[in-house]
Design a protein around this ligand. Structure first.
Ligand SMILES: [Mg+2]
Length: 262
């Protein structure tokens, strides 16, 4: 990976020569610093201002792709005229249409029940937070004491292993979070590919330069799709992280700077 600001003249050249830019960003850890309680995550003020400006710029199509529920991410970013993709792209609103993964939608009651079972199972471990996001479910353990993390893992496995081995759920891991997803072949990468195609369609088959910024394992599939489409993939975090992204920025503060430069 190359530090984005070191490669700025090259990147600026790509940006200037592109007729249109499809700018896609993850939310937590990318636009906002990661915090102990996910409900408190908020972007720096400059970031929102830049997103507003870019959303109004006809050369840009802007989108946020988050693991959060669609309604949650929309109410946090609160910028009109941009694309919102929630639950890792299982639900998308943008280009005047919406997408809802049908199997995921059918599994809502199942996730509701599973979230109750997990909450009851993890109740004894201080700091765990079970978040039912409608189409997926997160178990956060950032606030759990290090010595208790094994307990979380064991309790989580006890409930989810039987469902996982029978293929009824998918499990992924992020930063201090377990995620349970429906067993569908859909992720941020597939959602980004869908958005690239939609953007092209909306612009009368004209290509746009796609950019994606993300900070976690779930973003790697997104970077791959961006690379396949000759776009700009930007990992947010430490340089030594094994990411497939071509560039990196160190923090959401640097992302704010980058957005300002755009
Ligand atoms: Mg993230």
């Amino acid at each position: 990976m190359q530090y984005l600001f070191d490669a700025w003249s090259k990147v600026a050249h790509y940006l200037k020569s592109a007729k249109h830019v499809l700018l896609l960003c993850d939310y937590d850890g990318t636009l906002t610093p990661i915090v102990d309680r996910p409900e408190l995550a908020a972007p720096p003020r400059d970031t929102r201002k830049s997103l507003l400006k870019l959303a109004r710029n006809h050369r840009y199509t802007v989108g946020i792709i988050s693991g959060r529920a669609l309604a949650d991410i929309k109410s946090r970013v609160e910028v009109e005229g941009i694309i919102y993709a929630g639950n890792h792209g299982l639900e998308i609103e943008g280009f005047g249409s919406s997408f809802l993964e049908p199997i995921a939608e059918e599994m809502r009651p199942f996730f509701q029940l599973l979230s109750q079972v997990l909450s009851a199972t993890l109740r004894g471990i201080k700091g765990t937070l079970v978040e039912n996001k409608g189409l997926t479910l997160s178990v956060h353990y950032r606030s759990v004491d290090d010595t208790e993390e094994k307990k979380v893992k064991d309790a989580f496995s006890k409930v989810t292993d039987p469902l996982h081995v029978t293929g009824r759920i998918r499990i992924t891991q992020g930063k201090k979070v377990y995620e349970i997803r429906p067993p569908v072949d859909w992720d941020k990468g597939k959602a980004i590919a869908w958005l690239i195609a939609k953007c092209k369609e909306a612009r009368g088959k004209a290509d746009a330069l796609p950019i994606y910024l993300g900070d976690d394992l779930a973003d790697e599939e997104g970077f791959k799709v961006i690379e396949r489409n000759n776009g700009i993939s930007i990992f947010v975090g430490e340089e030594d992280f094994q990411s497939v992204a071509r560039y990196f920025l160190r923090s959401p503060e640097e992302v704010a700077e980058f957005l300002e430069m755009l």
